[in-house]
Ligand binder design. Structure first.
Ligand code: PLP
Length: 382
């Protein structure tokens, strides 16, 4: 089955009792049993499994070419589930440009439990390899990164991690979505999503996902989730499943609009630098062409020639079609000031070191008519 068909039908079947085309929202915590200890069709309690969540989890596995999907109450809950498999003394190597909340979890929660984190530019493969030792258990990569649109070569990293059977390689695929990039096919062990973003796609739900190919790893992660409890409720599972059915249509348009917005900004006299992997002068354009099939996404970041924080604030306040808000990946266009909003939890010196300057603006280009979006940017930059 091809991707566009999988987005709609992958892992799905009609509801067995009524033939309902969409799975009902099974708003139930528990399930009647005929004989003690013999649950019907495997359902006994909704923290362990719920049919609406199962339908979503099967769809997730299908679109990422995995065997097992798990749906969580948030993206961070999904990340947390992976980290819970580690113990004191274990080491993690992570990309040096991460979603602020992921960085916060690593450095302010798990570091305190004795887990050692190394943050490294994953494009320096020699440096990355030099950090691997007998305690290394996890490699965590986000590509493209938030907000600087740095890329990492998933296949090249997987070639290295596969030589070490104790290391799991996880990729946060939130920005690219499986429409553009399939980390499991490129050798990763775990795909993580903030399904709050493109998978849900309508800015109406907080949700997360993990997808794996290896069945045993799937069972271990499900056990962690079941034993700690951060599952996605049936109503929210329904919303994400509904979102996935138009993922291919939406991301295709996000890519088209994103590319046009990036081109417009590149040629604007007040704009200094545009970060978009589709631009030929983007430092990771070659990797993007190799591993992002069919487009470069809808996230565009830029800075001002003046370098002034005030210019970025004035611009954000003047926008009319773009909404000033955190989050991304919904049908509506959003604009965000990373240093003051999404990435404020990263210490200022660390932010500067990575390149998140005070005049940096991140756009989540939506699926509105692109002429209206460009008109809005024009008036706000004037
Ligand atoms: C939003 C986001 C997360 C966290 O997901 P939540 O659903 O907000 O918990 C993780 N990674 C990336 C890249 C994100 O954009």
């Amino acid at each position: 089955m091809k991707f566009n068909t999988k987005a709609i039908h992958g892992g799905q079947h009609h509801d067995p009792s009524t033939g309902a085309v969409m799975p009902p929202v099974y708003q139930t915590s528990t399930y009647a049993q005929h004989n003690p200890g013999e649950p019907n069709n495997g359902y006994e309690y909704s923290r362990a499994a719920n049919p609406t969540r199962t339908a979503l989890e099967n769809a997730l596995a299908s679109i990422e070419n995995g065997t097992r999907g798990l749906a969580f109450s948030s993206g961070l809950a999904a990340t947390d589930c992976v980290l819970r498999g580690l113990k004191a003394g274990d080491e993690v190597i992570a990309m040096d440009d991460l979603y602020g909340g992921t960085y916060r979890m690593f450095t302010r929660i798990y570091k305190n439990s004795g887990i050692v984190f190394h943050f490294v530019d994953m494009n320096d493969l020699e440096k990355f390899q030099s950090l691997i030792n007998e305690n290394t258990r996890l490699v965590w990569v986000e590509t493209p990164t938030n907000p600087l649109m740095k890329l990492a070569d998933i296949e090249a990293i997987a070639t290295i991690t596969k030589k070490h059977p104790n290391i799991l390689f996880a990729v946060d695929n939130t920005f690219a979505t499986p429409y553009l990039q399939k980390p499991l096919d490129l050798g990763a062990d775990i795909v993580m999503h903030s399904a709050t973003k493109y998978l849900g796609g309508h800015s109406d739900v907080i949700a997360g996902a993990l997808i794996v190919k290896d069945e045993e790893l799937g069972n271990q992660l499900h056990f962690q989730q079941f034993a700690t409890g951060a599952t996605l409720g049936p109503q929210d599972s329904f919303l994400v499943l509904r979102g996935i059915k138009t993922l291919h249509l939406r991301v295709q348009r996000h890519c088209e609009n994103g590319a046009k917005v990036a081109d417009y900004l590149v040629n604007h006299p007040k704009v200094e630098r545009v970060y978009y992997p589709g631009l030929e002068n983007h430092p990771f354009h070659e990797i993007a062409k190799k591993q992002m099939i069919g487009g470069f996404g809808g996230m565009v970041t830029f800075t001002f020639k003046s370098g002034l924080k005030q210019d970025s604030i004035d611009f954000l306040k003047k926008l009319k079609v773009f909404t000033l808000a955190e989050s991304l990946g919904g049908v509506e266009s959003l604009a965000n000031h990373p240093a003051l909003m999404t990435h404020a939890s990263i210490p200022e010196d660390k932010r500067k070191e990575i390149g998140i300057t005070d005049d940096l603006v991140r756009l989540s280009v939506g699926v509105e008519d692109v002429d209206d979006l460009i008109e809005d940017l024009k008036q706000a930059l004037a």
